[in-house]
Design a protein around this ligand. Structure first.
Ligand code: ADP
Length: 665
């Protein structure tokens, strides 16, 4: 149990981290879904806003005021003959339109391929489904991507390429020196290859997160949800199996795709080798025709330098294209508007753009945005964008774990303590039982001996008297007296044993009545004096009182006195003097029995009142006994609501002090 408890303590922090991760992951995932739905709505809005003109060619640029949707930026139109109808290269063009043309004319005319963002789990769906999680030895047997990839005209994956891309070169060739200058001046340094957008950015992320199916889909809701379920299943396979991911990424790279690196680092606590920093999105080269082949409308991110522009396009029946650049700021505003509460006591939640900058952030918060606790990629149209969640209190898990651990420690310590105390109690109880058993055994031996000694004497004297041997009259009297003394000793012992038996069975009855202490003590002393005198012991009774009335059982009090006196007789041989005194202190009768014997060691002062206890219980002990005398005395006194204690006297010897209430209660 101890080992289990320690292991549980060890894992507490990890467990808390996992459960927090799970709950935040759910929230992040639902936020990502919200944004995906919003992107669908934006697509629909744009579709509605950009009306296809009755006469496409010659193309008349729609009046800005006529377009109600503020998201619509630069409008473009391309004919089915791949001829750019708008923006038309003329001096009336704005700087932005010129730039737009500069970057996109080669694309619209299908002269170049550009990196198209694709969801790897959708692209390699079949392969992921077919990959058994535990049997990944035959990675080469798995067929390559189901779709034929177009030949790569600009190798997006190879690092160290020429900095000027084909698109830029071709565009350069088409535009006048004047336009080139204005373009270059407009945004110097922007002219880079598309790959530069993703080059040198932060690596390290835990795992690829699911993204929604393409927003350009026009399927019904039912089909959509079925597809979503299937997609989630594929995502799960992909996420949970590192070997599957390795194989699929390798396959994609072989097919000429570039695997994006996520720009956040989640699961900071994980070992580097366990982290997945590859994005679920890959860049696959393709032309404008490839992008627009399967659908009638859609969004695609146009990667330019270190940022991207989001374009909307729609296809007419005749195969012409109408589209626009989506205003980035307004797009961010729309996404921000649907985000849940940015910050609460538990977490901070936001959306990071392609530069890992939050598009909305709670005030006064300064954290490392690149290290969220949980993050998820969102959409093909928003590459490198992530929904990211951070803990409001980074110390939360640690503090919680410490407090839970401490509580556990307290509980375990308390349990161990009780176990220990319980163990000690049980052991001491057992020891006591063993001691009692031993004492009982020696009690039987002692009682037998005590009974045998007087019996032997009585028998011996009786035999002598019966044998008829001539004995002097004086001697005969002495024998008879000795027999009497031995008989008294016998009856005292038997009386003690019977009393003890009655007390143990709670059958002892007292005949309490109003009596005189003085008279009772005198009677006890008188009954013992003669016998003790014969032993050479003087028994004295001293009191200033003539009478002291109290409620007690005189027979029992006499037994108390006789037991104490016979103990003095037995153990205080050297003393030869036993004194009994009686005083009245307040409403109590104080009786003292004093001898000049060896006294009682302090450590045994309480123990001698326990049944069967004898200070020297060995067979070599000078005097034998049952160990019952003082136990009976103690019991009688307690049953009279009194107390008995023993002290050593000055000048040697012991003094037993009895205190009894006069009223008897
Ligand atoms: P027993 O006398 O049968 O052994 P008791 O209960 O009367 O049993 O006494 C318990 C123990 O107390 C004795 O074994 C003895 O060691 C000690 N004791 C009792 N009275 C005296 C005394 N007056 N002086 C010295 N030791 C005594």
């Amino acid at each position: 149990m101890g080992i289990l408890a320690f292991r549980a303590l060890d894992r507490e922090e990890a467990f808390l981290e996992k459960s927090m991760q799970a709950s935040l992951r759910t929230e992040v995932s639902s936020t990502a879904s919200l944004i995906q739905n919003e992107m669908d709505l934006i697509t629909e809005d744009l579709d509605r806003s950009l009306a296809i003109p009755d006469k496409f060619i010659p193309f008349t640029r729609p009046e800005k005021q006529a377009i109600e949707n503020p998201l619509v930026g630069i409008v473009f139109a391309v004919s089915n003959k791949k001829e750019i109808l708008w923006p038309k290269n003329s001096n009336t063009l704005s700087e932005q339109e010129k730039l737009f043309l500069y970057f996109n004319s080669a694309l619209f005319t299908d002269s170049i391929t550009i990196p198209i963002v694709k969801n790897i789990t959708r692209e390699y769906r079949e392969e992921i489904i077919q990959s058994p999680k535990n049997d990944l030895d035959n990675t080469n047997d798995i067929s390559l991507a189901k779709e034929e990839t177009k030949p790569i005209t600009n190798d997006i994956a190879a690092p160290g390429d020429d900095d000027v891309n084909t698109a830029a070169e071709e565009s350069d060739a088409k535009y006048s020196a004047n336009e080139r200058r204005s373009v270059a001046a407009a945004d110097e340094g922007l002219v880079q290859t598309e790959n530069d957008y993703f080059r040198g950015m932060d690596s390290s992320v835990q795992r690829a997160e699911p993204a929604s199916p393409s927003i350009s889909t026009s399927k019904t809701k039912k089909v959509f949800s079925q597809e979503k379920e299937a997609t989630e299943e594929v995502m799960k396979n992909f996420e949970e199996s590192a070997p599957i991911r390795d194989k699929i990424y390798e396959q994609a790279e072989k097919a000429g795709a570039q695997v994006l690196k996520r720009n956040v680092v989640v699961d900071v606590s994980k070992k580097p080798e366990e982290k997945e920093d590859r994005s679920v999105f890959i860049l696959s080269p393709g032309t404008f025709s490839d992008i627009t082949a399967k659908e009638n409308r859609g969004l695609f991110p146009r990667i330019i330098g270190d940022r991207f522009e989001l374009l909307f396009w729609k296809k007419t029946k005749e195969g012409h294209f109408l589209g626009c650049v989506i205003d980035e700021e307004l797009l961010q505003d729309r996404i921000t508007a649907i985000l849940p509460e940015l910050s609460n006591s538990r977490r901070i939640l936001t959306v990071l753009d392609e530069n890992a900058e939050p598009i909305a952030q709670p005030e006064g918060i300064d954290i490392n945005w690149r290290q969220p606790f949980v993050a998820q990629e969102i959409h093909e149209a928003l590459p490198r964008w992530e929904v990211a969640a951070y803990m409001s209190d980074p110390e939360y898990i640690h503090t919680e774990a410490v407090s839970t651990t401490n509580t556990l420690w307290v509980i375990i310590s308390a349990l161990l303590f009780f176990l220990l105390v319980g163990g000690v109690i049980i052991i001491s109880f057992l020891m006591q039982e063993i001691r009692l058993a031993e004492q009982k055994t020696s009690f039987v031996a002692n009682v037998s001996h005590e009974l045998k000694t007087p019996l032997t004497s009585i028998r011996l004297f009786a035999e002598m008297l019966v044998s008829g041997v001539k004995t002097a009259r004086k001697k005969q009297d002495e024998y008879l007296r000795l027999m009497l003394t031995e008989t008294e000793r016998l009856s005292r012992l038997i009386g003690n044993v019977l009393d003890f038996q009655a007390m143990a069975q709670h059958k002892k009855r007292y005949n309490k009545r109003t009596c005189d202490f003085v008279a009772c003590l005198k009677q006890a002393v008188d009954s013992e004096t003669l016998r003790l005198e014969k032993e050479g012991i003087t028994l004295r009774f001293t009191t200033r009182l003539k009478k002291l009335m109290g409620e007690f059982c005189p027979e029992s009090l006499m037994r108390v006195i006789i037991n104490l006196v016979s103990n003095a007789e037995k153990y205080a041989e050297s003393g030869k003097e036993v004194t009994i005194s009686l005083q009245k202190v307040e409403s109590k009768a104080i009786i003292q029995v004093m001898d000049r014997g060896p006294g009682i060691p302090a450590w045994a002062a309480k123990k001698i009142f326990k049944a069967f206890y004898r200070i020297d219980d060995s067979s070599e002990a000078k005097s034998q006994g049952s160990g019952l005398g003082l136990a009976i005395v103690n019991r009688i006194i307690r049953d009279h609501n009194g107390t008995i204690t023993v002290q050593n006297r000055e000048g040697g010897g012991s003094c037993f002090t009895i205190s009894l209430p006069l009223s008897g209660s």
